[in-house]
Design a protein around this ligand. Structure first.
Ligand code: AMP
Length: 185
């Protein structure tokens, strides 16, 4: 079973945003065949949807580094179920969101299938993704653009506001060991 390093973007712009992010990290710690090995700071970020569908609510964003033997589709399925468990409103996916997960990078894999594109196609255009990703792993290489995250951040022309918060991410809920046996087999 191959162990892959995966970077997952998290974001919340409704209710207690810090609490939703802390819960999301605690739940990722419970994923089967997986371990959270890094978490960026939280950043408060301006909504950037050009259609303005996400409303006025600013986000808390961060990036989590996960080592996992889950397959990409299985990971996406679990993350989407977790979004629903945290109260995400599927009927209004463009609206305010309790939790949004994006699979940013999955090892060095290129994935282009129905419902899953990796590397995430807008990763390199978004300050709210690149700031936390470059904080967590500045030397990490983008597998198709062949630039490091710190180089992508330096070249970025996204001027939306992103402020690093003096908070301790993911410390609110104690983590427990992940399950050693695949529930999917
Ligand atoms: P969003 O509303 O931003 O959460 O977008 C979710 C949709 O994007 C879902 O239909 C996913 O199947 C799809 N999607 C495509 N690529 C990815 C990815 N790398 N990470 C998360 N969702 C993805």
């Amino acid at each position: 079973m191959t162990l892959e390093i995966v970077f997952i973007g998290i974001g919340s712009n409704v209710g207690d945003r810090q609490d939703f992010c802390d819960r999301a990290i605690a739940l990722m710690n419970l994923l089967p065949l997986s371990q959270v090995t890094g978490v960026s700071s939280y950043y408060e970020t301006e909504p950037v949807d050009p259609e303005g569908k996400q409303g006025e609510n600013w986000f808390y964003n961060g990036v989590v580094r996960l080592e996992t033997s889950l397959k990409p589709q299985a990971l996406l399925d679990i993350l989407q179920e977790t979004e629903r468990g945290l109260g995400r409103d599927d009927a209004h996916r463009g609206g305010p969101r309790a939790m949004d997960f994006d699979i940013l990078l999955f090892g060095e894999h290129h994935i282009a299938q129905e419902g899953l594109t990796v590397p995430h196609p807008r990763l390199h255009q978004r300050r709210f993704v690149l700031e936390p990703l470059a904080e967590l792993d500045p030397a990490c290489m983008h597998p198709t653009l062949h630039c490091s995250m710190s180089e992508l951040l330096e070249a970025l022309d996204d001027t939306s506001r992103v402020t690093r918060l003096p908070l301790k991410p993911g410390t609110k809920y104690p983590s427990r060991p992940g399950c050693a046996v695949s529930p999917l087999s």
